[in-house]
Design a protein around this ligand. Sequence first.
Ligand code: NI
Length: 160
Amino acid sequence: MALRKVRTMGDEILYKHCKPVKVMTPRIAQLIEDMFETMYENCGVGLAAPQVGILKQIVVIDIEDGDQYLLINPEIMEESGSQTGHEGCLSVPGKSGIVTRPDYVKVRALDENMEEFVLEGEGMLARAICHECDHLKGELYVSRVEGELVDVEDLEEEEE
Ligand code: NI
């Protein structure tokens, strides 16, 4: 396992479309392991491959609900409801902004064996799925922020 460098806003790779994964290879398996490790090391709840400089449709998510999610070639099939709340991204360090997302999504993806599965997410999981799938289309949440991006430090002070 190895930590990968997280690309930050302004890095052109974050604005490109990712290609689907066609076959699982040892290299891709290693990338997935590294993505989980890099996400945990940086205290993130999700990470998409372009954030570590790889233009492939791979997403890892752990919103601390007891599950680790790996989504290869994810496709959102259904979404409903809406939620408005704070969002952040490891590629936009120290910042947060208000984003409205669906409150429910159903996503189809491949697992580590390249077998298809369907995942339904509500609340924070729905938000994470949408955020990470946006990365695969070269979109950062900052383009969806309502109002201003704020410093996370200021937010923490408000909450105290
Ligand atoms: Ni992000």
